[in-house]
Design a protein around this ligand. Structure first.
Ligand code: FE2
Length: 286
């Protein structure tokens, strides 16, 4: 992108939740509509990041379907795994995806912005992980580029969001390890995550954190405590619209936009009648 860097993010597509429906399954149709909306933007991103839970069950054929869908993208695509993924199958479908000590973790330089894609996946857990091996790589990357603006992508947000059944414990060891690794690195402009299936803004040791909502159905907003032994009938998943986000880095500022995709009705367009208003708005900038 001229005059800045534009990174698109799509997360939690969960392809294969209804495997028998193949390309007409609910999640895949939403993924296709989100991608079509992104591709119709007049401003093309410099890169697209898929931030995990690409598939629902790590199925080989689902990664193949995603690979075929992404073949229409005229920009590079970076992929990291989520807790519903399978590293081996992901790498089989996307063999150009770099790895570090077996983890799908790598750096990209996009214009003046450095993008670090982290692997927070532990096949044994729903929640995240960040072991010593991954932390050592991140520390090396951060120490070797201390003056380069850096955007971190990872599947699991390393925060407690307040949605009880999705939340990790605040004292998770991987939280502490991650926090200690990024603390003090002022070149990190933000951390971008997924996993929560909801929009969220927070911070991690003073670093801004955003969570892009899922393509798959949303986790319902309910901040009351849950008793796992007492089914209280609360909503936990709902068909809120699928989203993608656009992270614009320009002039030393990151602006993250979150776009729902659906059959919205356009209520105003920039036609002749709006030229005076636009002149007024632009006039204020001089
Ligand atoms: Fe997910």
């Amino acid at each position: 992108m001229n005059n800045g860097v534009l990174i698109a993010q799509i997360t939690d597509t969960h392809v294969g939740f209804e495997p028998e429906a193949e390309d007409e399954e609910f999640n895949f149709v939403r993924f296709r509509e989100v991608l079509e909306h992104l591709l119709a933007q007049s401003t093309r991103p410099d890169m697209l990041v898929l931030s995990g839970d690409i598939t629902d069950g790590g199925q080989r054929e689902c990664y193949e379907r995603v690979r075929r869908l992404l073949a229409t993208c005229p920009f590079p695509v970076a992929i990291i795994p989520g807790n519903h993924d399978n590293r081996e199958e992901l790498l089989r479908a996307f063999p150009d995806c770099p790895t570090e000590n077996g983890f799908v973790q790598y750096a990209r330089q996009i214009g003046e912005l450095r993008v670090l894609c982290l692997d927070s996946f532990d096949p044994e857990r729903h929640g995240g992980a960040f072991c010593d091996v991954r932390a050592a790589w991140l520390e090396r990357e951060l120490n070797s580029h201390r003056d380069t603006p850096t955007l971190i992508f990872m599947h699991h947000p390393p925060v407690v969001a307040g949605i009880d059944w999705m939340d990790p414990r605040p004292e998770e060891p991987w939280f502490r390890r991650f926090h200690e690794t990024v603390a003090g690195h002022r070149q990190i402009v933000a951390i971008e995550a997924g996993h929560l299936h909801r929009p969220l803004h927070s911070s991690v040791v003073g670093i801004p954190l955003s969570v892009t909502p899922a393509v798959a159905p949303a986790v319902s907003l309910d901040l009351s405590p849950m008793d796992a032994e007492h089914a209280d009938g609360r909503a936990i998943v709902a068909t809120e619209p699928p989203f993608y986000s656009l992270h614009l880095w320009r002039g030393g500022v990151l602006a993250s936009h979150f776009q729902p995709v659906g059959p919205w009705q356009t209520l105003a367009r920039f036609d002749k009648t709006l030229e005076p208003m636009m002149r007024g708005l632009f006039g204020e900038r001089h």
